[in-house]
Design a protein. Structure first.
Length: 82
């Protein structure tokens, strides 16, 4: 079953090349959405569209050290209450 959350995220993903969507259900019932290929602007756009559709959305941003070198990388995902 494709969730309403996934439909909205896919509509944004169509505007970006080479994306992969991860839409996992968490223990507390929320959905964690991560999209390879998205930057901050795409996540903000999804957040705006999901909130307009009536969902409660929290943008998670976490900076971590890369596994391959010493760079710091920003990891983003959306936690959505459907």
């Amino acid at each position: 079953m494709i969730t309403e959350t996934c439909k909205i995220v896919k509509s944004v993903a169509k505007t970006v090349k080479n994306t992969t969507i991860f839409n996992d259900k968490l223990v507390d019932g929320t959905r964690s959405v991560k999209v390879w290929g998205f930057g901050a602007a795409e996540y903000k756009r999804c957040q705006t569209l999901l909130e307009a559709a009536g969902f409660k959305v929290k943008l998670i941003e976490r900076e971590e050290k890369s596994h391959w070198d010493d760079r710091m990388i920003m990891f983003r995902r959306l936690h959505v209450t459907e």
